[in-house]
Design a binder for this molecule. Structure first.
Ligand code: MRU
Length: 351
């Protein structure tokens, strides 16, 4: 995985691992600047996750794993294990909603606890982080296959997506955007409508950039245009990713996903969630238990320092919402698809 470019997404990658440092493409500056930030320790990686240099549930988990590997390299003295455990704690506080972060940190912690020396930990934790990265890419490719089995389009279709779920948000290729890539590869994609995804604009700044770069047909729309697009009959499926899926099939994803699911059901359009099993939290009974991150009001009041609202106006900025399972036609993971998800369907997938 070191220095690799993922040919399957035409070289778009969110991170580059060098063994002694992690480079992260600063997603805050896209689409205008391609600037890489170098993180040499776990705190720097945690800060990059909090500040959204790197974002998207799987990419957050993978970056955090590399952060733990860096912590082991720098740990010294008798309490090297305590130092790495401290780094895991710091990384766990970086963002609250995407469960991939905690899943990856638990995997890293298990490896840490099995190591007898600092040198062994440095080597084993780096290998585990690379494995997490590679497994995510493999999961994305498998999910694209499962999703096409669910959709079985007989001719080219148009889809609508929300937020960014592509190579930038994952180990490469993408979750929902991976399905879209696969449709395009099979000449089954007419067009992608990409919600701009207010307030952080992952759709316009990242998804439109990624798709345009890979010459995949994309039309950018304001979030509020989604209803009119679905009413027009042009779109067969709404395809989104997830930040946490609970045991009953409820899905936390980028704010605005829930309203899309309501719209899709009203207009008889399919609604599919695509996420690796690392996004599934079987320990939570339902979406009511998911911690929803609220971010600073400045993300809504201004864009890159330019005011868009009266200074100091009260703002409500939850950055995720929960879509009830009853509005979802299929949840696709690398283990397979659950149609009309519920507790029994989710349980059988993970049995
Ligand atoms: O706040 P973000 O940009 O980290 O939110 C990302 C999303 O909500 C994505 O849709 C989700 O993580 C799936 S990414 C494959």
């Amino acid at each position: 995985m070191a220095n690799s470019t993922d040919q399957r997404s035409m070289g778009t990658v969110a991170m580059r691992w060098h063994g002694d440092k992690l480079e992260l493409l600063d997603q805050r500056l896209l689409p205008t600047d391609e600037h890489w930030i170098t993180a040499e320790g776990a705190s720097a990686v945690a800060q990059c996750i909090t500040d959204m240099v790197v974002r998207g549930a799987p990419a957050i988990g993978i970056s955090a794993a590399y952060g733990v590997a860096l912590a082991a390299r720098h740990a010294g003295g008798a309490d090297w294990q305590g130092d790495v455990a401290q780094a895991i704690d710091t990384l766990a506080k970086s963002r609250p909603t995407a469960v991939n972060l905690f899943w990856a940190l638990q995997r890293m912690e298990r490896v840490l606890l099995a190591c007898q020396s600092r040198d062994e930990a440095a080597e084993q934790l780096a290998s585990e982080a690379v494995r997490i990265h590679e497994e995510d890419l493999a999961a994305n490719l498998a999910m694209a296959d499962h999703a096409l089995d669910v959709m079985h389009p007989e001719q080219a279709i148009s889809v609508l997506t929300h937020c960014n779920t592509g190579a930038l948000a994952t180990g490469g290729y993408g979750t929902a955007l991976g399905v879209i890539r696969r449709l395009h590869e099979r000449q089954l994609l007419e067009n992608v409508f990409a919600d701009e995804t207010r307030p952080w604009l992952q759709g316009s700044r990242l998804t439109a950039w990624e798709l345009a770069r890979d010459e995949i047909p994309v039309t950018l729309n304001a979030d509020g245009a989604a209803a009119a697009i679905l009413a027009s009959g042009k779109v067969k499926w709404v395809i989104v990713g997830a930040d946490r899926i609970t045991a009953n099939g409820d899905v936390a994803n980028k704010i605005g996903t829930y309203s899309l699911a309501v719209l899709a059901r009203y207009h008889n359009v399919g609604f599919m969630v695509v996420a690796p099993s690392s996004t599934v939290d079987m320990a939570l009974a339902s979406g009511k238990d998911i911690p929803i991150e609220e971010r600073e009001g400045t993300e809504i009041r201004e864009i890159r320092g330019i005011p868009l609202a009266p200074a100091g106006v009260e703002v409500f900025n939850p950055v995720f919402d929960v879509t009830p399972a009853s509005l979802i036609d299929a949840i696709v993971t690398e283990k397979g698809a659950v149609r009309n998800p519920d507790k029994a369907g989710m349980k059988s997938l993970f049995a």
